[in-house]
Design a protein around this ligand. Structure first.
Ligand code: 5GP
Ligand code: MN
Length: 333
């Protein structure tokens, strides 16, 4: 039996299921948790969903996201199956990590740095999003999609491909997106909620990031301190997507944003354009991700020290990788 079939048969045979996503959730994670949870509910399962972080309010406009619960709400629940989605390592579920060994554990993910920490691991690094894997699972189970579930599932496919423009956008992505639109997904609604819902404070925060930007040929980096966030009344969620602006600069291969929120906690976001595998740098620093988008986090940290460490490693990774356009090093793709 393939791993995909084993996952389907486990999901169908268990009754009490807990679906978990990661801390600082993004669109793919929220979409995957909500779509899998709702799908399993539609076949009569007792399913609950948890994310150990505040979910940004605009995601609550999507169907089934409101039913995602907190650690406090879920710690009395005793599932016979736990399904962790979009997480490359067990610490990504935050405080839920203490529950992972209390039930059979399935991991569904698309990160190449996945540590295979489940009893059953369905890892597809060719899949552009975990939401795409969830769609295939729901389809195989025979879940009925309506417009609301289709839109929630489409959310993760759109956000993890940068609305169909990143290098992970392939024919499969577009075919699945088209299927979801046929089932009633609303692309304009998703784009509008995610891309056209900014506050003026977010734009001012972006201006600060741009002001702090340093360009060293192929490397562009910037930082936002806790004071930058707090003086504008912003949180870490308000800078989501900013690192892509750094990557968009001409000549830049790798972009890094250092963000300190709350005080003493530093998140590092890496993006690359064509060839540098940033997941290797992030993994070496205790994080993970994909070749073109990765991250790592520090606690009780000094942002300047973090910057020194990360920039040193990144400059080393860039050295010796000179290439002419059209001669992209294959090994790193
Ligand atoms: P972002 O820069 O948007 O926070 O994350 C980019 C990618 O890296 C995402 O796929 C995300 O799951 C992964 N990532 C970000 N931060 C961490 C981290 O601290 N640990 C791990 N394992 N992956 C991370
Ligand atoms: Mn993802």
């Amino acid at each position: 039996m393939t791993k995909f079939c084993s996952v389907i048969s486990e999901l169908v045979s268990r009754d009490n299921i807990l679906v978990l996503g990661h801390v600082m959730p993004d669109g793919d994670d929220i979409s995957s948790v909500a779509s899998l949870t709702e799908g399993l509910r539609r076949i009569g399962k007792n399913v609950r969903a948890g994310i150990d972080s505040v979910i940004p309010s605009y995601y609550k406009l999507f169907f089934a996201v409101n039913s995602i619960e907190t650690f406090e709400q879920l710690c009395g629940f005793q599932p016979d199956l736990i399904v962790v989605v979009d997480c490359s390592s067990p610490d990504r579920v935050g405080r839920f990590q203490s529950l992972l060994r209390t039930a059979r554990l399935i991991v569904i993910d698309h990160h190449e740095t996945n540590l295979m920490f489940g009893d059953l691991n369905l890892i597809d690094i060719k899949s552009a999003s975990t939401a795409q894997m969830v769609y295939n699972i729901n389809k195989a189970i025979g879940i009925t999609y309506d417009s609301e579930l289709a839109t929630t599932n489409y959310l993760g496919i759109a956000t993890d491909t940068g609305f169909f423009k990143y290098s992970n956008t392939d024919a499969t992505v577009l075919k699945i997106a088209a299927e979801l639109v046929e089932l009633g997904a609303k692309p304009y609604f998703v784009a509008s909620v995610i891309l056209e819902n900014k506050t003026i404070e977010q734009l001012k925060l972006l201006a600060r990031m741009i002001d702090h930007t340093v360009i060293e040929e192929k490397l562009a980096y910037s930082w936002l301190s806790y004071e930058d966030y707090s003086t504008l009344g912003c949180t870490e969620d308000d800078s989501s997507g900013f690192v892509s602006e750094l990557r968009s600069i001409k000549s830049v291969e790798v972009a890094i944003l250092f963000s300190e929120y709350p005080k003493g906690e530093v998140h590092v976001s890496f993006r690359s354009k064509q060839w540098l595998n940033v997941s290797k740098i992030a993994a070496a620093l205790g994080g993970g991700g994909h070749a073109r988008a990765a991250g790592c986090s520090y606690k009780n940290a000094d942002i300047k020290r973090v910057m020194d460490e990360v920039l040193k490693l990144t400059r080393e990774a860039l050295v010796g990788s000179e290439y002419e356009v059209g001669q992209i090093p294959q090994a790193n793709l």
